[in-house]
Design a protein around this ligand. Sequence first.
Ligand SMILES: [Zn+2]
Length: 263
Amino acid sequence: MKSVISDKHFHDEAAAYRWVEARVWPEGPVCPHCGGVDRISPMKGKSTRLGVYKCYQCRKPFTVKIGTIFESSHVHLRLWLQAIFLISSSKKGISANQLHRTLGVTLKTAWFMGHRIREAMRGGALTPMGGEGKVVEADETYFGDIPEEDRPQFTSTGRPVSKDPRGSPSRRKRTIVSLVERGGSVRSFHVPVAQPGSVVNVVRENIARESRLHTDESRLYIGVGKEFVAHETVNHSAEEYVRGDVTTNTVEGYFSGAMVESW
Ligand SMILES: [Zn+2]
């Protein structure tokens, strides 16, 4: 049996990026600035840092580190992966001093890495959005066309997918779910097609139950909406966009690249 520690992503920086990208973006890169998935290309200039992509929708560069515990850290990604391995495989925990000696980073850096990793491991990868008295909007949107050969052949209930070009966009296009905490942060997720359950999982895993959930009238949110303090909807098909402060306009603005921080 091969030693786990000999895995390439612990030693090779490009392999470390590929390893993290495959987990953060299982369906391909998602722009953290505008939520776009189309027209994204890796930047390949000689002086370009590893792992930089450019989104030609909002024209901003990004790496997979944005929105993760690796964000704004200059420590090599492969060292982060070594640190995560050491911390998660040790029953008694690892001191900053031990991390400093094993990884060869400064004590201050070791302390910072250990703090971020332990923070992320505390009950799931990310702390939930929203909370008591807070509003979180959820909305899904469809981007681009999935190539014919990659489209699902069967629905989640096992029925063959209609080949009708006017069929549901959720069968033909890539699905993005965005969550926006009003006055707070934004998270976007690329979810597999033909699996309504994956939208529900994103909502369930990322929003605190004490929050008020705002969505459109989509049937996707009816069941999971009952798990929240309140689930309020606007009826877009009846051209209702705002009722009191019930709206999904923030999340829709995010899809179109608008600023949401100033809500
Ligand atoms: Zn973008």
